[in-house]
Design a protein around this ligand. Sequence first.
Ligand code: MN
Length: 135
Amino acid sequence: MNLLLAEDNPVNQRLAARVLEKHGHRVTVVENGLEALIALENKNFDLILMDIQMPDLDGLETARAIRKLEVGSGRHIPIIALTAHALHGDRERCFEAGMDDYISKPIRTDNLLKIIEKWAIGSPRLDRPVEETVL
Ligand code: MN
């Protein structure tokens, strides 16, 4: 799959990218929400891994912006939050912002692969026109 990883921490960037590439995915790494939006303009991705805390535009704001852009397009790209908060309510905040799922940091390799597999199989909410998957 083509994955977009939005994460400002270089250690997490390297860890996630290495694991995902080892499992056959192509990973584009960006450091904040603005870069994520620009990347989405230029390329189609199958799934986004989105850190919550990033400079400029954080993960929640970015997810909201992406969902706004999708209105009327029939598209729904899965967005998985990477959250450092194990706090109650964080899960709800992610879902309210339009994210589909989340994993908590520190990132565990098995969790990361499991959640990608879950959303790769195609959720009922994933509704992408066929022609876009071949671009
Ligand atoms: Mn961060």
